[in-house]
Design a protein around this ligand. Sequence first.
Ligand SMILES: Cc1cc2nc3c(=O)[nH]c(=O)nc-3n(C[C@H](O)[C@H](O)[C@H](O)COP(=O)(O)OP(=O)(O)OC[C@H]3O[C@@H](n4cnc5c(N)ncnc54)[C@H](O)[C@@H]3O)c2cc1C
Length: 244
Amino acid sequence: MTNSSSTIAANADTAESRRRGPPVNNGALSLWQQSARSYSNLEANRNSILPSESNYVIIGSGIASGLLTYELIQAGVSGEDILLLEAREAASGASSRNPGHILANERVVLEKVNQFVRQHNVPCDFNYTVKHYTGEEAAKKTRIAGVVESYEWPAGSSHPAKLAQWLLDTVIEKGVRLYTHCPVVRVTEDRSSGKNPSISSPLWDVHTPRGTNRTAKVVYCTNGFTGHLLPHLAPHLFHILPAS
Ligand SMILES: Cc1cc2nc3c(=O)[nH]c(=O)nc-3n(C[C@H](O)[C@H](O)[C@H](O)COP(=O)(O)OP(=O)(O)OC[C@H]3O[C@@H](n4cnc5c(N)ncnc54)[C@H](O)[C@@H]3O)c2cc1C
């Protein structure tokens, strides 16, 4: 999702906005995360000074962010023009917490992931086990007359944290800068527009506790934590919170 209008204003500091605020930093580590602690960019630029200007800011460092950044670079954007801002350690969200299933009923996704992982030799313990049957064979396997196609599970599986980390490594090698422990607290339109000829308008100020970055484009890859940055989406996002 990119900024497309000036509706992105400073967020009200209400109990509701705090409840939907940036990710908490004390979440338990998933099994995947526990087995990927040696990742060299886990705490990338944790203590570095945040640059004051950039062409692209991508908020979040999960699989959506990694893949989008990868595709931007494939499309010709220079990695050095891109900042990734992550509230916690690298790829600490759902991308490192899900079970790693790539289900056969999402056939296009399964095929694309299979193709991507094999093409790039991504070391993410990918396991392609799905079997696909069509026509008579499918009918025989399922014992349902007239069935067109069927799948035999358990389909594909991967180590999701390793997949997300590989994507981050790959774009970092191309010059992308990842700043971990750098939560974005709000995004405002920069009405004064610094008139920097190297950055096209409109400009956005991306505010973090470590400083503000002025940028031409903001992309939100923040998953369920988007409501505090884009309040108009908040009513459509629901967090499952542990009982207190
Ligand atoms: C329980 C569960 C099971 C799932 N099972 C599967 C499965 O088996 N197979 C499958 O394919 N998918 C599964 N999914 C879905 C999959 O995990 C997600 O679709 C995918 O990981 C989302 O990636 P993402 O990059 O959008 O989000 P995330 O990986 O959550 O990344 C978002 C990142 O943004 C950061 N962030 C958020 N707000 C800010 C901010 N203000 N400033 C800076 N950083 C911020 C977060 O810290 C986080 O690192 C599952 C999801 C869950 C929750």
